[in-house]
Design a protein around this ligand. Structure first.
Ligand code: ADP
Length: 267
């Protein structure tokens, strides 16, 4: 797991990262499923503890190219977890009102409160990815954002938020397969948009933008993990493992019950 964590100040070249990596587990699909179920149960308990303790906040950021599996990850990793304690915030093309504010305005509103896990399905990193690749603002504007974002995340962390960021790493061949699957299955066609193909053409530019994000915004207080995501079962397993491990590391405790409960008689 540690090998997927981006050390602060790295020089990541994504071409050197194998998107089909399965960590040496082979044909492990059956047992991977069992392991994921165990992790789902652990996550369910940890989420309850987080909620009961009402002290810490957890923010999980999901980024990746189209079809990299952000939605599937949320569905599978959080299976069985109490929906009352988990919230998904999806960041789409900003509205006019959002564009009238600074780019972190809409993001800060969605950050977790005490006892809550929030999953960012896309995030403020779009302001260093699509915004850069599509030249939506000039370079002198987006280039300042690495520092803003590191500071913003430090603020959240110092105020009690545990942040984990996942980049779901697929390669061009895998994306082609997944787009074809969408086209070939009638009930998946709704997910396909011709605009996605325009983004695909910009793959090298996106990889460059991702590399710079990974190299410059993986910090001690908000680390990035590069998750090999060509194999969905391995992607889910890694993300669930890292999440459960991180939550366990928080050493959370149930609140002390009221005194005198041993003598309670319910009539
Ligand atoms: P998804 O692909 O996440 O399932 P959509 O197909 O609606 O959902 O895509 C959301 C789109 O919004 C993406 O193309 C993404 O790049 C875009 N987007 C998100 N944040 C921003 C932003 N800050 N500026 C411009 N576009 C953005």
């Amino acid at each position: 797991m540690e090998r997927y964590r981006v050390k602060p100040g790295s020089h990541i070249n994504l071409e050197e990262w194998d998107a089909s990596d399965a960590g040496g587990l082979d044909g492990g699909k059956g047992s991977a499923k069992d392991r994921l179920e165990e992790l789902n149960e652990e996550l369910e308990e940890l989420q309850e503890l987080l909620y009961a303790e009402h002290k810490r906040k957890v923010l999980m950021v999901l980024q990746g190219m189209d079809t990299s599996g952000k939605d599937g990850t949320i569905r599978h990793v959080f299976e069985g977890v109490n929906p009352q304690g988990v919230r998904v915030a999806s960041f789409k093309v900003p509205t006019r009102i959002e564009l009238d504010h600074d780019y972190l305005w809409r993001v800060h509103q969605q950050t977790p409160r005490r006892g809550e896990i929030v999953i960012f399905n896309r995030s403020h990193y779009e302001d260093l990815l699509v915004v850069r690749v599509r030249s939506l603002v000039p370079p002198e504007v987006w280039s300042r954002r690495y520092a803003h974002i590191n500071d913003f995340e430090r603020l959240l962390a110092e105020e009690g938020t545990t942040i984990i960021k996942f980049y779901l790493h697929i390669d061009l061949d895998e994306q082609k397969e997944r787009f074809l699957a969408r086209l070939n299955e009638p009930h998946k066609r709704w997910k396909f948009s011709l605009g996605d193909l325009k983004e695909r053409k910009l793959w090298p530019q996106y990889m460059q933008a991702y590399e710079e994000v990974l190299n410059r915004t993986s910090t001690k207080w908000a680390p990035w993990y590069i998750v090999p995501a060509n194999r969905k079962w391995y992607r889910n397993l890694m993300i669930a493992t890292i999440l459960v491990d991180t939550l366990k590391g928080l050493d959370m405790k149930y609140p002390e019950p009221e005194e005198g409960l041993d003598d309670v008689v319910i009539e």
